[in-house]
Design a binder for this molecule. Structure first.
Ligand SMILES: [Zn+2]
Ligand SMILES: [Zn+2]
Length: 608
């Protein structure tokens, strides 16, 4: 048996890689490393220092393998970035060493199954658990609840929950959050209301569950209720979560209120709240405030830097992006993979090919980050937009990922723009083979084939569209004007203010025509007469929203619109005209990026 002093020495290394290696070396020298319980303690100590390979080696070097040893390694593995390693370990434990899992092992395995989202493994464990002598253990039950929720079956989690005699706060909270994040809002709220005690922890679980399920409006409503209930907010996390919800809703007025709360509650210097506010302001197209908040964060981490950098990139401020990157490196930060997405994206939207190429290379060479699909997509975008078509084609056919619809689509638009007929058709055929899902891809394909008189292919595209019953996802835009916020759907003029908006838009169009506007109907697919096509464009949702904004907001104020799809080419032209005629700054956040229209120009310089 290991002397208690030695055991204490191993435990005291808590999270320090150097300390644990030193203690291990000493134990080896003194011949104590193989004594009973030493290997298990070493495995745990290595794991706490994030040295999983060393933990594994200590496990393999152990003279005999008992339940404690397995338990230590399984706990480490299930928390690590490779929870799938738990499966072979379990098999080895059952067959090679004929050991039955105890409650510690079962709890670790359940959390590995939860992280792997493996319902099959989860159910197997549950069966083991029910048949084991530990079948009444509440810790395992609590892990099973979490596992079922993460695997998307909260109703099974409920059964385990109901089997627990005395339920503690952790179990209640796990199920509340599980219901909420699976979109079962009614159940989540009912369960939450029946909790014997509802502290900040439970509220946070409920609210972040709503945010995870995409129910941002609900999350914000709950936050307001929580404030009314007088719950003391002494942890920044819940505030950061709600700010995240406001960001996804692009609700600037609400975001500003939350910013106010953050000041009142004294969380302004908190990094996680600061990061969330920066993200919120940039998603709500108020990049100036984003910059201000970023400037006020005292201790910044890589997320802070990356959030502001990506924000600036989406707003097309490439010089700011590159300057931020330099400052970030000077501050001793190591960029992560998201930083590089922002950087290459910025270069792509500004056509900076050399810079983008250099960054793409340095990501691998200097920082050892393996480029993901998103990096390739941005880089590909950079090459194709800037007219480096053959290089782009070479990249798309050799990159280590299966190119998706968006990648081929970007390349196709580029060939079309640069009039490379041969390549256009090659790329189009590749794209068509993928059986794309996005209706606008089919419109693009059909246009490309029609221009090149490939009528069989045009017929094929139309046939697929009919088969798949493709209809364009309805476009909608959302605007906050003063205290009012409103949603507009394409082609639908709201009854109450429709006449006012239509009249205003007609006036604008006639002024635009005087200034040389010719409608570009190439994005309208329908077999319609030209004037009918123009009518379609006339009622695109962002135009309705902008008209509403100008009519309802004080002269000179900024118009901010959020759109679910990409802005079409014609609306882009129209927005530029409107910004000039109405003398308004118009900011549109579409599915791809931000456009800042001012005095007849757009910040995107026609890259979008
Ligand atoms: Zn449009
Ligand atoms: Zn633009």
């Amino acid at each position: 048996m290991l002397p208690p002093a030695a055991a204490a020495a191993i435990r005291a290394t808590a999270g320090s890689p150097r300390a644990v290696r030193r203690v291990h070396a000493r134990l080896l020298k003194e011949g104590l490393a193989d004594l009973l319980s030493a290997p298990a303690l070493l495995v745990s100590a290595y794991a706490r220092s994030c040295l999983l390979p060393d933990a594994r080696r200590a496990f393999d070097d152990a003279p005999r393998r008992d339940l404690y040893l397995y338990s230590a390694l399984l706990a480490a593995v299930s928390r690590s970035s490779a929870p799938e390693l738990a499966l072979p370990l379990l098999r080895r434990m059952l067959s090679d060493d004929a050991l039955r899992p105890d409650h510690f092992v079962l709890a670790s395995l359940a959390s590995a199954a939860a992280r792997l989202r493996s319902l099959r493994l989860g159910r197997q464990l549950h069966a083991h658990f029910v048949a084991s002598p530990y079948s009444a253990d509440d810790v395992v039950k609590s892990s099973l609840i979490d596992m079922y929720c993460k695997c998307g079956v909260p109703e099974d989690a409920r059964k385990v929950f109901d089997s627990i005699g005395v339920k503690n706060g952790v179990v209640w909270t796990a199920l509340v959050s599980g219901y909420a994040s699976n979109g079962c809002t009614g159940e989540a709220i009912d369960l939450f209301r029946s909790m014997p005690e509802r502290g900040l922890f439970a509220w946070t679980a409920l609210i972040s569950g709503f945010v995870k399920a995409g129910n941002n409006t609900g999350a914000v409503g709950l936050f307001v209720e929580m404030r009314r209930d007088g719950v003391r907010i002494d942890d920044a996390f819940v505030l950061a979560t709600v700010v995240g919800g406001a960001a996804e809703l692009a609700a600037l007025v609400l975001g500003r209120q939350l910013h106010g709360f953050a000041i009142t509650l004294g969380f302004l210097s908190s990094m996680i709240v600061g990061n969330a506010l920066v993200d919120m302001y940039s998603k709500c197209s108020d990049i100036h405030s984003a910059r201000e908040v970023f400037g006020g964060i005292i201790v910044r981490d890589v997320v802070s830097w990356t959030t502001i950098l990506v924000g600036e990139a989406q707003h097309g401020r490439v010089e700011e992006v590159l300057a931020l990157y330099d400052r970030m490196l000077l501050a001793g930060m190591k960029p992560n993979e998201v930083t590089f997405v922002g950087l290459i994206y910025a270069c792509s939207h500004a056509g900076l090919v050399q810079k983008g190429r250099q960054l793409f290379d340095s990501m691998k060479r200097e920082y050892g980050i393996k480029p993901g699909l998103q990096h390739y997509t941005c880089y590909l975008d950079l090459l194709s937009r800037s007219g480096y078509l053959s290089e782009a084609e070479e990249l798309i056919t050799t990159m280590p990922y299966e190119p998706d619809e968006a990648s081929w689509g970007a390349l196709l638009s580029a060939c079309k723009k640069h009039n490379d007929t041969q390549m256009c058709l090659r790329v189009a055929d590749n794209l068509l083979e993928l059986r794309p899902k996005d209706p606008s891809t089919y419109i693009l394909l059909s246009n490309v084939y029609a221009v090149n008189c490939k009528w069989d292919s045009v017929a094929k595209v139309r046939k697929i569209m009919a088969e798949m019953e493709i209809r364009k996802e309805p476009g909608y835009s959302w605007i906050e004007a003063g205290r009012e916020s409103r949603m507009f759907h394409a082609g639908e003029v709201p009854l109450d203010i429709g006449e006012e908006i239509t009249r205003f838009l007609e006036e604008l169009v006639s002024e635009m025509r005087k200034r040389g506007y010719v409608p570009d109907t190439s994005s309208v697919m329908h077999d319609l007469e030209e004037n009918e096509k123009e009518q379609h464009l006339f009622l695109h949702s962002e135009r309705l929203a902008v008209a509403f904004g100008i009519l309802k907001s004080p002269p000179g104020s900024v118009i901010r619109v959020v759109k679910n799809l990409r802005v079409c080419g014609d609306c882009h032209t129209v927005m530029k005209f409107i910004s000039e005629i109405a003398q308004r700054k118009i900011i549109v956040r579409d599915a791809s990026r931000f456009h800042h229209f001012e005095d007849g120009n757009c910040s995107c310089s026609e890259f979008w």
